[in-house]
Design a protein around this ligand. Structure first.
Ligand SMILES: [Zn+2]
Ligand SMILES: [Zn+2]
Length: 775
């Protein structure tokens, strides 16, 4: 792992021995599935307002429960849109019979609220959910913009304002960051909802957001929930040169909503009106009045009539008479083009009919992360960074002069850097480290289809970032697939910077040669043995406000690396963070795979092992990487069916280049069988000697029986590794890679046959093999 980092002068290095990372589990989110809507199920949503006002009244501040299942089902799953008032809102909802009278609010919060979608970081949208965290259940996602999630983690769950209940702390919550530039929706784990996020300005440049929520299997119906927002005409950023810039996020949002309104797919818009019209624009503080709301809604109305979209007015500030005034101001003039609803705590806004609840998602452990020797770097703010000393590439600054001394303590190496230039210049330090890594995880859903000839699957990938170094704000996080060039000279500091004389510099280079040749074998073996280690991350980090020398361009294109890039990511120490990589729908082929083990064959053959009747055959799916990414080795969970609830299997997706074909195993096949039968027919009496070993050649007749007991034609792929010289194939192999080594008596064939077998038929593959056996 390699990243760039700008640091203040004065650095201290300490080395420590092996640091072990514990096993970190990952959560796999169910993936998106496109299906034709089930016409039997109503496509409305059920909303319970837990809190409806904008601030002041702590018993009644922004939070709306959303479900697609009606209230009579005790297993229905809810998501919370903002989390201002939670517990009290649920009490009121029970009193008003919006929830069954026997609802236990404790259990309800723990078990039935599956995710918190938070529009922005203000307390009136977070306080209830934060206060209820100590008793909450783990495994839920807090969902929002990166900016919002950062506020929740840094300002609330920081062990100062409130205990850290995040994934690094007491492990209650996980965070799902949504990309406002993405044009597709992503699933919300443990629910049948999908969500897409949009940015809003709430006193520019402070961001709020809107959530577009649909049901995964009925994407034709959505609701739009907006957090606090000011009007486009008021929300401006004054730039350093005194010009103003208006992001106009609302107009972008309306543009995106227009097709949904035209198609009658947008059922409701939750939007704020905080103050009556009397409020002057300069005192809006990122909010709307009835006039501003009408102005904004009229923008959307220019695209299509709005009569079928319910406008749910939220966030009215509980000032005396404000609610009545706003209701009145939204009842004349242009207001007649719209249907307004003024929700109150508890009574449901919309009703829905029953659809079956979904199963929880599956979680799976990651492969163990191994770490080598690490060096801890003490930073100027008393933080610690872990890196491998041999991987420090250089320390540079424009006018930064440093001296350093290497001191060996008991088991601790320290290098002290001092800034002797008298300037406050920022240095740029570049180094490689294993303290941070990432691992992908895949989810594969076999999509159901009415036409059996159309087979499609949905593959989604997430990057899980494991950070063992320190809390970091990363502007650009690159997750790499491939092997970066970790130079054996990485530990040598440029003599111009280090102040070393030429002789010392040359000595250090020589030392590296020796060390690298010594560690070569072990180092490689270590990398090869751990798939996680193959995934590296490169992060150019810039600490805010520092304009140090930049050479972040330098590394691009150096290696044949494939990058997944994420912008502006907050990484906290000891935390796992999940970021979306891709979500694609692709065709697949059902294939039966059989791998014939050559060594076992030899053993059976010469009486060292018992003969097995049948080889292992796996039903697998074969598909091509048509994504823009290289697929890296990682666990994959396979599900299928309505609501993706049917777990099929878990396998490993192996490294697959763009355009290559890969497969994953689903189940062991019992009705497709493969049997290998080999017999020695002739033994050549002539002996020969190779490297003082005597050999005799056996002529072997081989026969592979492939039996299809199924009532449909199947494709069977047989991979066999056979030693010796191969002749007389009855069916030509699709691949036959020969590995001949002068030192060995037999060449090695990696053979692959691909055969189609009709229902209830048996196919025979024959060959002749000349094998040199030791005598
Ligand atoms: Zn608010
Ligand atoms: Zn706010």
């Amino acid at each position: 792992m390699q990243y760039l980092l700008k640091y203040k002068y004065s650095l201290h290095f300490f080395s420590i021995s092996i640091l072990a990372l514990t096993l970190i589990p990952i959560i796999l989110i169910t993936v998106n599935e496109k299906q034709t809507p089930d016409t039997h199920v109503s496509s409305v949503f059920y909303v319970i307002p837990l809190g409806t006002t904008g601030g002041l009244d702590e018993d009644n501040i922004s939070s709306y429960l959303l479900t697609s299942v009606n209230d009579n089902n005790p297993n229905s799953t809810y998501i919370a849109l903002d989390g201002g008032t939670i517990r009290h809102g649920i009490e009121i909802a029970i009193q008003h019979k919006s929830l069954p009278s026997n609802t236990d609010k404790e259990t309800f919060i723990r078990e039935q609220i599956k995710a918190y979608l938070i529009s922005h970081g203000h307390l009136d949208h977070n306080s209830g959910f934060i206060l209820n965290t100590p008793n909450d259940k783990s495994g839920k996602f807090i969902i929002g913009l990166n900016e919002t999630i950062n506020i929740i983690r840094q300002s609330y769950f920081n062990n100062l304002a409130w205990a850290d209940f995040g994934s690094t702390g007491l492990k209650t919550y996980d965070y799902q960051i949504l990309d406002p530039l993405s044009t597709t929706s992503v699933p919300i784990a443990n629910t049948d909802f999908n969500v897409r996020i949009f940015r809003l300005c709430h006193t520019c440049p402070y961001l709020s957001s809107a959530f577009l929520i649909s049901r995964r299997y009925q994407p034709a119906a959505s609701i739009l929930y907006l957090g606090d927002t000011g009007p486009d005409d008021v929300e401006k950023i004054i730039q350093p040169d005194n010009t103003t810039y208006s992001p106009r996020y609302l107009s972008q949002l309306w543009k995106a909503m227009a097709p949904l309104v035209s198609a009658d797919e947008l059922k409701a818009i939750f939007i704020e009106v905080s103050f009556p019209n009397e409020r002057p624009d300069h005192l809006l503080f990122g909010h709307l009045t009835p006039n501003w709301l009408l102005k904004e809604l009229n923008v959307l109305r220019t695209y299509h009539s709005m009569e079928k979209v319910k406008i749910i007015v939220t966030h009215i500030k509980p000032e005396k008479g404000a609610r009545e005034k706003i209701i009145e101001q939204l009842s004349s003039g242009d207001a007649s083009y719209f249907t307004f609803i003024f929700p109150q705590q508890a009574p449901p806004v919309l009703h829905a009919s029953y659809i079956p609840p979904i199963q929880p998602t599956v979680s799976t452990p990651l492969p163990k992360v191994q770490l080598g020797n690490l060096v801890l770097l003490e930073t100027t703010d008393n933080g610690l960074l872990a890196l491998s000393l041999s991987n420090v590439k250089s320390i540079r600054g424009v006018s930064l002069k440093t001296i350093y001394q290497r001191k060996i303590f008991k088991n601790c190496l320290s290098i002290e850097y001092k800034n002797e230039s008298g300037s406050n210049d920022t240095g740029l330090m570049k180094y490689l480290t294993f303290g941070i890594t990432w691992a992908p995880s895949y989810n594969l859903v076999l999509l159901s289809s009415e036409d059996p000839s159309i087979k499609r699957l949905r593959l989604s990938s997430k990057a899980v970032i494991l950070n063992d170094i320190e809390n970091m704000n990363v502007d650009n996080l690159f997750c790499i697939v491939g092997f970066p060039n970790v130079s054996k000279f990485a530990s040598v500091v440029d003599p111009i910077i280090s102040g070393e004389d030429v002789k010392a510099f040359l000595d250090r280079l020589k030392q590296c040669e020796v060390e690298s040749s010594r560690s070569h074998h072990y180092g490689n073996a270590n990398i090869m043995s751990n798939s996680v280690m193959m995934q590296q991350a490169v992060m150019p980090i810039s600490s805010t406000g520092n304009n140090g020398p930049s050479d972040s361009q330098q590394d691009s294109g150096v290696d044949d690396l494939h990058l997944y890039e994420f912008k502006n990511v907050l990484l906290q120490k000891k935390e796992r963070l999940m970021l979306p990589i891709f979500d694609i729908e692709i065709p697949y082929k059902d294939v039966y795979h059989c791998k014939i083990d050559a060594t076992r064959t030899e053993n059976i053959f010469y009486g060292h092992d018992e003969k097995k009747d049948f080889e292992e055959v796996w039903h697998s799916v074969e598909f091509e990487n048509i994504s823009n990414f290289v697929w890296t080795t990682a666990p994959i969970v396979i599900t299928k069916g309505q609501l993706e609830q049917q777990f099929i299997g878990q396998d490993k997706l192996t490294y697959t280049l763009k355009g290559s074909t890969t497969f994953v195993n689903l189940t062991k096949a019992l009705d497709v069988r493969v049997q290998l039968d080999e017999k020695v027919t002739v033994t050549n009496s002539k002996q020969f000697t190779l490297f003082r070993v005597h050999y005799q050649t056996d002529q072997i007749d081989g026969k592979i029986l492939v039996m299809n007991y199924k009532s449909e034609e199947v494709v069977v792929v047989i991979t066999a590794t056979l030693m010796g010289k191969m002749n007389n194939y009855s069916i030509a192999p699709k691949k036959d890679a020969v590995k001949a080594d002068n030192n060995v008596a037999n060449q090695r064939h990696d053979i692959q046959w691909e055969v189609n077998i009709k229902p209830k038929q048996t196919l025979e593959i024959k060959y002749v093999r000349s094998f040199n056996k030791r005598v």
